[in-house]
Every structure is written in C-alpha cells, then in structure tokens.
Design a protein around this ligand. Structure first.
Ligand SMILES: Cc1ncc(COP(=O)(O)O)c(C=O)c1O
Length: 440
C-alpha cells in the first residue's frame, strides 16, 4: 500500500506552515464507476491485509457533508453556518465546507491558521473562544480576523491591547440543562452582567457588533434555543439603550442527527425559525450565524480498526459463569475513540465486523480494549459478539465528531489514516478540483 504519511502532515500557505494533526491522503478518491463507500472500505482492508501490516483508517464521505449542508440551508435558510473546526480539523472536511461556502468558528491560533491555509478569508472566521491567549489575539489581528467573542472585563482589556479594531460578540450563558455537554458553567456572561460589560467595552472604545450563545453540545430540547434567542433579544435591547447598534446574532452549535437526535433537526429548525422571525425578523437587518460542529461531520467518517490480540478469561470463582473473550484493537479512548469517556452525546458505540457473520454463529460475552497500557482504555464493556480473530477488522460508523481532533499521543500508537472520498457528480458539480487541487 502506498504510504502517504510522509506527504500529508504539512499544509503550506505563503508564510504560514500548519500542522494538520492527522495523516490524510492528499488526494480525494472520486467514486465514478458505481463504487460505494463500502467498496472503498473493502478495498482498503484488502490492501492492508495483503501487505500483512493491518492498520487503522477512516474513510471520510464528503457527500455526507454535502447532504447535511443541503439539509441545513433548506431548514435554516436565514442562518449561515460557521463550522466549528474544533470538532474535526481534517483538511478534506474543511475544504469541502469551504467549497460549500460556510464560514469557520476557530478556537485558537492554529485553527485560524488552518482555516486560512485552506482558503477561508478572514471575514469568514469567527474567533469563538472567550478566554484567548494574548499572542493568539495578536495573531488574529495580524491576519485580519476581527470577529471574536468575549464574556468578561479581563478579556475586553486584553482585546483592547492586542486588537483594538476587533468586532466583538458578547457571549451569554444560557440554560443548557437540556444538553448532554453543558458549556455555560465555563463560558458566557450572565444576563445581569451584560449591561456592565457593554458599558466597559464602550469606555475602552471597543466595537461590539453582536451576541452569541451555545445551548450545549448534543442539545435534546428545541425549547433551549427558543429561550436562548429570547435572552439574546434582551441583550440586544440593553445594548441599544446604551447606544450600540448590534447587527449579528450567533446561535452557536448543539445540533446533531444521529441516534436519539434523528428527525430532531427539522423540529429544532421550526422552533428556531419561529423565534428568529418573531424577535429578529428579516427586516431587522440582523445577520444570523451559527457554529455547528457535530452536525456537519458526525456521519461522514467511518473508522476501521484491527483486532491485534485476544485473550479468553474464565471466572475461577464461578465455574457456572460464561467465559469472556477480551479483544485488543489498535485504537482506543486515548486515540480516536475518546468519545467513550469525554462525549456523553456519543458514548454508545456500535462496532460491527467487516467480514460476513452467519446468523448461526454463536455469540460470546466480549470486552473490547484499546491498545494502551491503561485499564481506562476500554472501548466496549461486556457485549455479545461472534468470535473475532486476530486480523479481523471492526467498523465504527458515525465517527466524525470529536474523534480525530481529540487524539492523544499516549503510548505513541499510530493514528488512523484518513481517506477522503466523494461521488464524481459532486466533484464536478462543486468544481472540487479547484478546492482540492487534484483531478483524479
Ligand atoms: C464555542 C463553541 N462553538 C461551537 C461548538 C460546536 O458545538 P457542536 O459540535 O455541538 O455543534 C462548540 C463545542 O464545544 C463550542 O465550544
């Protein structure tokens, strides 16, 4: 198998050099002969197996990102998405979103560098972190990235020193009790403090252009958006009484479409649209943006991992109990499966065997471990599976969100390689050769 590792880690753009965190094929594989994603996975597994060095890899289905984008513009036509790069910083996903015309929510200097190097323009970036290192604010300033969030007086002071021309967005804390990952305990000014912060911004001569919030990741209740939009309206009114003319509302992230979230997006959209039309009607001139992460990439990535070892254990104290087969795979919670520990919105993994499994094959009580020396590195607690063999591949669907971007280097295990794939008609319709710079 061709080794792309030496080609992929750097993306260069004029004076900037950006480290892309995951090894990724420079080339997008174009499906132009009736091949499916499953065919691509099969052929990658065949390649891996034939060289006798089974690896781990993702196949990134860029058409899935397109589908989500089309669903977004159909359901939330007034809301421009600024993709949250933190969710998955894979170059091909960012290039695809760039080609579709989204903006980008960046949380650090490196994310800004990455978005710029992949073609985003500074006005398409919001630096959406309320506690920024001064050097990162200065970097944003030098690159013309002006839009950034704040939620405290200290942040205002830093911004006045490092980027006095910034266009500021006040982030407010909102009710996130309906979300699986709650963010408002860490970020966001209270409604009670918003007026004081806006006055302070005025004293410092800073420009405030809008309000943002995040209802929390994996939001389960559309009412959270309704209340948060009403809270934002109050801050717009406070700002107006202080002489500000705010013109931007950022409704954050929190959208998902897998598992329990299926069919929720349309329902959420109806609630959001009704609130926006009531409190921020089109003729108000307020631009509406959002910072979806999970929504765009979650279903686009399938992870293929390899069984590297197994061990059968029998409970010596209880001879009546079933034996348990322990499997060790080459990715785990310190790699791209950290969602098991860190992501309550996606902690129920459903791996399946790549090879065909007969319905009559017996199932055994099994445990799946990651590759590191730590016992925290457990991917699946007792589950019933057909017997696996060393060298078998397991597939995990819906692995695009908070997976590749959370990889740690613990025990220095190999990172999964990423193979981006797109349908030929999408490649042509979006003129992706221009965005990706390859034609095959
Ligand atoms: C400021 C901010 N914006 C956007 C996101 C993306 O959220 P999600 O992936 O739930 O859409 C996050 C996630 O942590 C965030 O902190």
């Amino acid at each position: 198998m061709e080794d792309h590792r030496c080609q992929a880690p750097l993306i260069t753009n004029e004076s900037t050099t950006v480290h892309v965190l995951y090894p990724e094929s420079n080339k997008v594989e174009i499906l132009d002969d009736g091949r499916s994603i499953r065919d691509v996975i099969d052929s990658k597994i065949r390649e891996c197996s034939s060289v006798g060095d089974p690896e781990l890899f993702y196949v990134a289905n860029l058409d899935s990102i397109l589908e989500r984008y089309l669903q977004w513009v159909t359901n939330l036509p007034r809301v421009k998405p600024f993709y949250a790069v933190k969710c998955n910083n894979t170059a091909s996903a960012i290039r695809m979103l760039r080609a579709l015309g989204t903006g980008f929510d960046c949380a650090s200097k490196a994310e800004i560098q990455l978005a710029l190097s992949l073609g985003a323009t500074p006005d398409q970036i919001i630096y959406a972190h309320t506690t920024k290192p001064q050097s990162h604010i200065r970097y944003a300033c030098t690159r013309g990235v002006d839009m950034m969030t704040f939620d405290s007086e200290d942040e205002l002071l830093k911004i006045s020193l490092c980027h006095a021309e910034a266009k500021l967005v006040i982030r407010i804390a909102v009710d996130d009790s309906k979300s699986l990952v709650r963010l408002s305990s860490k970020f966001g000014a209270s409604l009670a403090s918003a007026g004081r912060l806006l006055e302070r911004a005025k004293e410092l001569g800073l420009q405030v252009i809008g309000v943002s919030f995040h209802v929390g990741s994996g939001c389960t209740g559309a009412e959270a958006f309704k209340q948060a939009i009403a809270d934002a309206r109050r801050v717009f009114d406070i700002a107006s009484s202080l002489g500000f003319q705010l013109r931007l509302l950022d409704i954050g992230g929190g959208f998902s479409e897998i598992g329990d979230f299926q069919q929720k997006f349309e329902k959420f959209s109806k609630v959001i649209n009704a609130s926006l039309d009531k409190l921020f009607p089109p003729d108000s001139g307020v631009e509406i943006i959002a910072e979806p992460g999970r929504y765009f990439v979650e279903s686009a990535f399938t992870l293929a991992v390899n069984v590297t070892a197994k061990r059968t254990v029998v409970d010596d104290e209880d001879s009546s109990s079933d034996r348990t087969i322990m499997y060790y795979i080459n990715d785990g919670v310190y790699g791209s499966l950290s969602c098991v520990i860190f992501d309550p919105a996606h902690c129920q993994l459903e791996p399946y065997l790549h090879r065909a499994v007969g319905s009559a094959e017996p199932r055994y009580q099994s445990v799946i471990w990651g590759p590191t020396c730590d016992c925290m590195d457990k991917v699946m607690e007792r589950c019933w599976m057909p017997e696996l063999h060393v060298g078998d591949f397991l597939l995990f669907d819906n692995m695009g969100a908070y997976s590749v971007s959370l990889f740690s280097n613990f025990n220095s295990f190999e990172k999964a390689h990423i193979f981006p794939v797109v349908a030929a008609k999408t490649w042509r319709a979006l003129n992706l050769a221009h965005s990706f710079g390859n034609t095959c």
